[in-house]
Design a protein around this ligand. Structure first.
Ligand code: ADP
Ligand code: MG
Length: 699
């Protein structure tokens, strides 16, 4: 008996402690992450059926599942397009047809005139009126009055070998245990918090969701808006919030070098720039500037739409570190993007006498050793590269600042691994993370609660918005003509070939073929080609030629997504855009509209699914990265948008970041309250909801 086991807390009691649960079932349950009795209680129904009342047939409407009872008027087998058994059932208030496509001779013989049936099924309208297709049914004998269910019937998410009846048995036992030992499942939300945020208590909440009473608001439950569901979503979001805040606190306890300087180099760079910083750039640069002077590590995320000018803001931060005699690492997710940064930084920082080193996975042997030495003895003040910079043999003399561009492609793990690179004397570097994937504020608050967020919410002046159209690829000739005209007018164009991500080889091949075809169709134009399989030097050469205006058209794979900055390019063709997500299309489109000429983007699709159509019309409707990100979030969900799906961070069991967005501000306040006044509730809450994943912060 469970009552006699030593463990007296449901979160430590294995499912096998429930009567009738053996190792086989335990194994099946484990596949769903259900290991303890507490897990069983938090495994909630997906939906409910109402078998709590018998509905008069005369009152039925199409849609919805119902229980009905009546007597068979007649039955017959019809030979239409499909052979079917039709049984008409009536109860004095009306009649309905039960339709069976698969039936045995015995079934047919039993469903005869005069027989009483109790049925459950979904009401649909059929050719001759209302029908139940393949209802569950049982015979009701004369003088027999079968009861109805006392609560809504839960339907649980499940796995092979676990039937709904097993789930009902399992949850019945777990709920019974909770009834007899209420203190075995502690309420970690303090009473103060429950009343302040109008949340019901835990045990009644769980009981309600497993066995809702007959009068429960079914629509509200289906939409996840019931107070009981809200309460659990709240607790889950709170657990995540607390875990991220603790991660943040922990990070702040590590000392970092305060980078205090006279700002001399920064002033010189600003004076030398061919443009004025926008107000947004100045504000964000100032926020970073004061963070860097602190003696705990900066953890700041800078969001700014494509082309908002994040690089120069990063360069200013780098200067501050260099002035304070520390090194800077700047990391980009692709070699191409890293190269672009290298160039920008060389243009801006070398005139100030600052040495910039370059390190990617390609560097081997002597060359690599030389770079590593320059990094180790501090000769290289700024190092630009790819994730090769994370590698173990890379040791800095005094790393003061790590800048990570396009953060969503680096995981939290990599971000934290940097800490190990250190600033000397057991100190951690400051961290600046830049992303062009604008994340809606509420989402950023929960996903990045361990970071401070700055937003560059302004584009440099003189940019004209890009006009976007979608055309079917049957009009390819017109599109080619359009390229011809743009280039004849002295402008440049991109032609992007997309293919399913997994096969880079196929993607490169498609780009090669397209480039050959276009060179032929557009004789007289200078056509270049870049893709991921070219040698770095060749790629570099093609891009440089395009940038210098020596090429009119650049055919490319999605490698140009980031890193290309050619203001004279004003036309972009994206082939098969239906294969891309919104964020990626927005990034690609950001390659045009960088100069003063009016720019155009042509989305040349082959076939559109419902979702693809929605994405393309969103692209046509707006250039606003935040609006696009919100839509992206709606279509793909936060795991995809934040790039955390694979890593399992921010995986929510009950809460839904979109439906429960409105809870997030309250969750923030609740997290403060728990950490301040009920610190010993923090750990159990995090453990209940995040379990072993709580360790993800500690690399
Ligand atoms: P992103 O935010 O997408 O990384 P970049 O830093 O690459 O943007 O900047 C895009 C282009 O705009 C670059 O050519 C950069 O030199 C230029 N730029 C940056 N800030 C300004 C500004 N304030 N005024 C004009 N041009 C700017
Ligand atoms: Mg950039």
């Amino acid at each position: 008996m469970p009552a006699k086991t030593k463990k007296n807390s449901l979160d430590e009691m294995p499912v096998t402690a429930l009567p009738g649960v053996g190792p086989r079932n335990a194994e099946r349950l484990a596949r769903l992450g259900v290991r303890t009795v507490q897990d069983v209680l938090f495994h909630l129904p997906l939906r409910y059926q109402d078998r709590t009342r018998v509905t008069p047939i005369g009152g039925l409407r199409p849609g919805g599942q119902v229980v009905i009872e009546g007597e068979i008027d007649h039955s017959e087998v019809r030979f239409g397009r499909r052979r079917s058994l039709l049984v008409q059932l009536s109860d004095g208030t009306g009649a309905i047809v039960l339709r069976f496509f698969h039936f045995s001779g015995a079934q047919q013989a039993n469903l005869k005139r005069g027989v009483r049936l109790r049925c459950f099924g979904e009401v649909r309208s059929g050719p001759t009126g209302l029908e139940l297709i393949h209802p569950e049914y049982k015979r009701v004998e004369e003088g027999d009055f079968p009861g109805v269910e006392e609560s809504l019937t839960p339907i649980y998410p499940t796995t092979e070998g676990m039937h709904q009846l097993s789930w009902r048995g399992l949850t019945d036992k777990a709920l019974a245990l909770l009834d007899t030992h209420p203190d075995w499942l502690p309420e970690w939300l303090p009473a103060e918090l429950l009343s302040r945020f109008h949340l019901p208590e835990l045990s009644p909440t769980l009981r309600y969701l497993h066995r809702p009473p007959p009068d429960a608001p079914q629509q509200q439950l289906a939409e996840g808006g019931h107070p009981a569901q809200r309460r659990l979503a709240f607790e889950e979001l709170l657990a995540h919030q607390i875990s991220l805040r603790r991660l943040r606190q922990e990070q702040r306890r590590i000392p970092a070098p305060p980078l205090k300087t006279g700002a001399d180099l920064r002033r010189r760079l600003i004076a030398d720039l061919p443009f004025e910083l926008t107000a947004a750039q100045q504000r964000v640069a100032a926020e970073i500037g004061s963070d860097l002077e602190q003696s705990h590590p900066m953890m700041r995320l800078v969001q700014g739409d494509v082309g908002s000018g994040k690089t120069v803001v990063a360069a200013l931060a780098a200067l501050q570190a260099v002035e304070a005699d520390h090194q800077v690492a700047l990391m980009a997710p692709t070699e191409l993007l890293a190269e672009q940064h290298l160039k920008s930084l060389r243009t801006w920082l070398e005139p100030l006498g600052i040495e910039i080193a370059w390190l990617t996975g390609r560097h081997k042997g002597r060359r690599r050793r030389q770079v590593l030495e320059a990094i180790a003895d501090g000769e290289a003040a700024v190092v630009v590269g790819t994730h090769a910079l994370f590698q173990q043999d890379v040791a800095f003399r005094a790393l003061g600042l790590a800048i990570i561009d396009e953060q969503h492609r680096f995981g939290v793990h990599q971000r934290l691994a940097l800490r190990e690179k250190g600033a000397g004397n057991g100190r951690a570097p400051h961290q600046l993370i830049m992303t062009a994937t604008p994340i809606p504020r509420t989402l950023a608050m929960s996903a990045y609660a361990d970071l401070d967020v700055s937003v560059i919410d302004e584009l440099p002046p003189g940019r004209t918005p890009v006009t976007t159209v979608a055309v079917p690829d049957s009009r390819r000739d017109e599109v080619i003509d359009r390229v011809r005209r743009a280039c004849a007018g002295g402008r440049q164009a991109y032609w992007v070939c997309t293919l399913i991500e997994e096969s880079e080889a196929l993607q490169c091949q498609a780009a090669e073929e397209t480039a050959a075809l276009l060179s032929e169709a557009l004789s007289g134009l200078r056509v270049g080609l870049v893709h991921g399989r070219l040698k770095a030097a060749d790629k570099e050469q093609v891009m440089a030629a395009f940038k210098a205006g020596e090429l009119d058209l650049l055919v490319a794979t999605t490698v140009i997504e980031v890193g290309m900055d050619v203001p004279n390019a004003s036309l972009m063709i994206i082939e098969n855009p239906e294969r891309l997500g919104l964020a990626q299309m927005h990034q690609l489109r950001g390659r045009v509209g960088r100069g003063a000429t009016e720019s155009h983007c042509v989305l040349m699709y082959h076939a559109l699914s419902e979702h693809a159509r929605e994405r393309l019309s969103m692209m046509r409707a707006t250039n606003d990265g935040f609006a696009i990100a919100r839509k992206d979030l709606e279509l793909r969900g936060p795991g995809e948008v934040l790039g955390t799906r694979q890593t399992g961070e921010m995986q929510l069991r009950i809460a839904d970041l979109i439906h429960h967005q409105h809870l997030l501000p309250e969750v923030q306040r609740a997290a403060e309250l728990v950490l301040e006044r009920y610190p010993d509730h923090a750990q159990p809450l995090v453990r209940r909801w995040l379990g072993s994943r709580t360790e993800y912060g500690r690399v």
